[in-house]
Design a protein around this ligand. Sequence first.
Ligand SMILES: [Zn+2]
Ligand SMILES: [Zn+2]
Length: 188
Amino acid sequence: MKCFNHLEREAVATCQKCGKGLCKACAEKHTPCLCDACAAQIQRNQQQQAQNREAQRKQKYKNALIDTRSEFIVTAVLGVLVGILFVWQETTHENVDTSFIGYAELFFGGFCIPFGWKFLTYLQSFFPVSLFGTFWFWFIYLAVKVFLSILVGIPAFLYQLVKVILTQSKINKLNHPLLLRAHTVEKE
Ligand SMILES: [Zn+2]
Ligand SMILES: [Zn+2]
């Protein structure tokens, strides 16, 4: 058999993929022993796979950002409900003359409670202790957690607000085709 590239030379090996004859010089070009066409194709496949992995990684990152944003929206909706509940509760009292500012403070205080709750739940994740107890244990546990949620509500809300704004700007960057490259480079 002759070399596929050099018809005047005797083949000493064959391409492991397509079986074409290769002379000594051609056989030594690629490891494992491949002809130029097969080596190029394998390289293209590898590049394609690397690109797919990168695209998957990016999609995963984007999904995580979108999850963070969705969580914030759900917490805010709960907050609005709690705020309305607080304001409604106040209006049911007789002979109270609550000012608009008073209602606004009540609403905001209520609005922040789910954010405080979420923050406490996040802190609890660092102490993986499983709790068991009676009804009264759970009642006290929940009461304490609600109380602490009120205390940490406003800073917890502000923290999560800043976080979601940063998250949204990251999502915007990912959606922007030109900045997408900059982001990839920055990651590496
Ligand atoms: Zn080949
Ligand atoms: Zn050759």
